[in-house]
Design a protein around this ligand. Structure first.
Ligand SMILES: Cc1cc2nc3c(=O)[nH]c(=O)nc-3n(C[C@H](O)[C@H](O)[C@H](O)COP(=O)(O)OP(=O)(O)OC[C@H]3O[C@@H](n4cnc5c(N)ncnc54)[C@H](O)[C@@H]3O)c2cc1C
Length: 509
């Protein structure tokens, strides 16, 4: 559910902004030209600040819609957090560290005997960097293809229509004016008070995807998805990892409690240690390693955890530093989020915000949906994102994926529901692949059988959840899914069987 947006609505513009309402000549702007940068020559229909998933997808969609668009990015590469230091590099390391771990521990019983297996971390990092650079360059190509002007620099509001850009290449400053301006400046890792991040010993996920050697011991503060993915990578590569989590379950509050329990059990089996219901009291990185002092969340005896590296993974916060919001009177809420209405407008209607910098889950695909919707709002006056059907995935092994509501949320909301569950240990393909850990759990409304939530822990859960998202989007019942033919032998038959178990009975379990 998208909670915060609706309550802060600002009045809608009297009529939608369409292409025909763009492009009034701006005499004021003409007098302000200072450098010969291309952007200064004309007012854009849309100026986007931030070239992450939110910004670059919006830029491409804007170009496709015939808008004159410029996208300002200060990183020197497009793709934002996701491509450069988030989704993509982390998944590269997750994939390759899983392969390494599997070769070490899981080939003999498959009839594959391997000799001397060695980790070449530098090569693993290089493979990651190759994936990242290929993808970021791909976006530059798409910008050219769709007539998006790419301005490399840091943007800051001068006034409500003008953004000053501190240019990266060649230095100096230019200004760019836009009839519409989209803020897509994303987020940054939330620091932990008392522990200074140096990205070597005390690291965020950015340091965790770039370590040059495997730490002997690693403490991870925060058992959410990013913390657990990074913990998985380094644990597989040989680190002794302890995860400290304030809550009573891993995975964050969105993860279904049964799934979280199972995930913890399986990650423990792989060697990770967990301290739940535990808070970090203080940290000390002055010596050789990092000492982290913890105690029970409710208070109690202190304990000190020693490690070579401490990963701070307590969440992310919206990033608006240096954006000059004060120059245009835009404010953020108590969590740093830009306040917007349903059409992503700030209180200055032609300035909108999407992605991590505003409300909603901090996920790349959520940002992407908003990018398409915001361009539709600008060009057509209407758009749509279903915040009730945004999937979440944790790319550990096995993967965890879910969409919709979990049991604890439905119980708290007093909703009556049915649950059906099917284990991968009873699925023929999982058995064939010798990869049987986990289950699919479906929850549907007790009265109507409409699916309310789907929670998967198991191989390829992140791919399988797409079917669940589609089912939710189309308001499917568990019976609808159960009566849909699924190819045999596939893991997705477990999905069908969970649906059968929800409204009736599974066949194979
Ligand atoms: C380790 C990690 C793993 C992740 N894994 C996943 C995953 O598997 N799946 C998923 O869906 N999400 C994942 N995420 C989250 C995902 O990366 C974000 O939700 C997504 O990047 C948000 O996109 P965005 O465009 O809103 O912001 P960002 O990607 O942060 O992009 C904002 C861009 O704006 C630029 N910028 C900021 N201020 C200015 C300025 N003043 N001028 C010019 N440019 C500026 C920044 O340099 C940045 O490039 C992960 C995040 C991390 C950290």
């Amino acid at each position: 559910m998208f909670r915060a947006v609706a309550s802060r609505a600002v009045p809608r513009a009297a009529r939608p902004v369409t292409q025909s309402t763009f492009c009034a000549p701006n005499i004021y702007f003409q007098g302000r030209l200072r450098r010969g940068y291309a952007s200064e020559a004309e007012e854009k229909d849309l100026v986007i600040i931030g070239g992450g998933v939110a910004g670059y997808v919006a830029a491409i969609k804007a170009g496709q819609s015939g808008l004159k668009v410029a996208c300002i990015e200060k990183r020197g590469a497009l793709g934002g957090t996701c491509l450069n230091v988030g989704c993509i590099p982390s998944k590269s390391l997750l994939n390759n560290s899983h392969l390494y771990h599997q070769i070490l521990h899981d080939t003999k019983n498959r009839g594959i005997e391997v000799g001397d297996v060695k980790l070449n971390l530098a090569a693993m990092m290089k493979a990651k960097d190759t994936s990242v650079s290929g993808l970021t360059k791909g976006i530059e190509f798409l910008f050219k293809k769709n007539n998006v002007e790419y301005i490399k620099g840091t943007g800051a509001f001068k006034d409500e229509h003008t953004v000053a850009v501190n240019l990266i290449e060649g230095g100096g400053e230019t200004t760019v004016r836009g009839k519409n301006i989209l803020i897509a400046t994303g987020s940054e890792a939330t620091p932990f008070p008392g522990l200074t991040i140096d990205e070597k010993k005390v690291i965020t996920s950015t340091g965790a995807i770039a370590l040059q050697e495997v730490p002997k011991k690693m403490t991870v503060i925060g058992g959410g998805i990013i913390g657990l993915e990074m913990a998985s990578v380094w644990s597989r590569l040989g680190s002794e990892v302890t995860v400290v989590e304030y809550l009573g379950q891993i995975g964050g509050p969105g993860m279904d409690k049964d799934v979280a329990k199972q995930a913890q059990k399986l990650l423990q089996k792989q060697g990770m240690k967990f301290k739940l219901n535990t808070k970090v009291v203080s940290g000390d990185a002055d010596g050789e390693g990092v000492k982290v002092t913890v105690e029970a969340a409710k208070g109690g005896k202190e304990e000190t955890l020693d490690a070579d590296v401490c990963l701070v993974a307590i969440g992310r916060r919206p990033y608006t530093n240096g954006l000059g919001l004060e120059n245009i009177g835009l404010e953020v809420d108590e969590r740093g989020r830009l306040i917007i209405d349903q059409e992503y407008r700030t209180k200055i209607p032609h300035i909108r915000a999407i992605g991590d910098v505003t409300f909603g889950p901090m996920l790349a695909h959520k940002a992407e949906e908003e990018s398409v919707a915001v361009i539709e709002y600008i060009t057509k006056g209407y758009g749509h994102v279903n915040y009730g059907a945004i999937p979440s995935v944790m790319y550990t092994h096995p993967e965890v994926a879910w969409v919709g509501q979990n049991e604890q949320e439905l119980t708290a909301a007093n909703v009556k529901y049915n649950v059906g569950q099917f284990p991968f240990s009873a699925n023929s393909r999982a058995k064939t692949n010798l990869d049987t850990e986990g289950f699919v759990k479906m929850i549907s409304d007790a009265e109507t059988d409409r699916i309310l939530g789907i929670h998967i822990i198991g191989p390829n859960a992140g791919e399988m959840i797409a079917e669940g998202v589609l089912a939710l989007e189309y308001g499917a019942s568990s019976e609808d899914v159960a009566r849909t033919s699924h190819a045999h032998p596939t893991l997705s038959e477990a999905f069908k069987e969970a649906a059968m178990a929800t409204y009736d009975k599974a066949v194979h379990y």
